[in-house]
Design a protein around this ligand. Sequence first.
Ligand code: ZN
Length: 172
Amino acid sequence: MVDDRVVPSTAARPPGPRWLEVHVSRGAEGTLRVRLSGALDEGSDPAALLGAIGGDVVLDLRGISRVNSIGIHRWIPAIARLSRAHRVAVEAVPYCLVLPANAVTGLFGRATIRSCLAPYACARCGTDRIVEVTAPELGPAGPPVRPCPECSGRLQFDELDQYFDFMAAPGA
Ligand SMILES: [Zn+2]
């Protein structure tokens, strides 16, 4: 059985556009969904992108492939402003944003973090995948395991235990 939350690791790190691209859609019950992809760096303008959002929103960040300190510096006031004005839920925080999220207070303002993308590996066959892990799945037992798509083994979380720390304290 293939779990559709388990995708090849290369798919989560596409070459991607040079700058931040935005895709807007309506989810179930009319929820505004904004998907960002590309690079969060000196070529991006998060204040303009997030400033254009006029209501409660789900931000899907799975397509962000690169970040640098300039991009982070611009992102923080933009997400702070947006999450003060509206309810913001963040989904699929990518690997490149997890390190800054654990190092920088307020990287997501008051937003609720619903899920992040985490590196997983199968000890039996060596397959590695990027897996989306939701906040409710992070219980006292640690990150969830997933069936390996290549063998009868299991994919297990393959990073430092502190990886998910930023998800434990959202909305500060
Ligand atoms: Zn395997």
